[in-house]
Ligand binder design. Sequence first.
Ligand code: IMP
Length: 205
Amino acid sequence: MGEKIIFATGNKDKMREIREILSGIDAEILSMGEAGISLDIKEDGQTFEENALIKARAVAGQADGIVLADDSGLEIDYLDRQPGVYSARFMGEDTSYEVKNQALLDCLAVVPKERRTARFVCAVAAVFSDGEAFVCRETVEGYIGERPAGENGFGYDPIFYVEEYGCSTAELTREQKNEISHRGKALRAVRKELEKRIGQGGSAV
Ligand code: IMP
């Protein structure tokens, strides 16, 4: 096993997704906890890219190897791209998504479908031990539906609809969501960049 890749998260679902997408790369993939790192990082960037880099650089300061970090959120065009980088903090971290989603639906109550466009954005930063870094940013385009639907996924998934499937992302299976999602696309873009720099043994996901 060559390199060590640390993903700056404690989230188990994100770790499973990153392990799936990076499988076959000649590296050991560790969560922050597995790497013995515990940090409270202030995400005070103005963009997803800045926040992902802030997290990756903070962890890279404490670790050997390549550090990856992501930042994601929902941009609603009618609301000037809010909640954006505040997606997790919108209305307070402890407020349920049932309440947050209903509040967003209320803001858009009289807005016609063509003006309800929205996207999930994900930026994934990679920082190398020599300080070199890159960021991949990807989106999934969609619109805010008229009502919440679906039980899968998390966060804003029940109100975010995609034309391709004609349903909310909370109605997609995990495989369908990973295929089209901002995070899946950004992680696959990162894999391509990493393959240029380190060895690979398996096939791309
Ligand atoms: P973070 O990147 O883990 O900090 O996520 C930021 C926030 O964006 C999450 O807490 C959710 O509110 C929202 N978010 C990001 N990706 C998704 C998604 O795929 N579905 C639903 N909500 C998402």
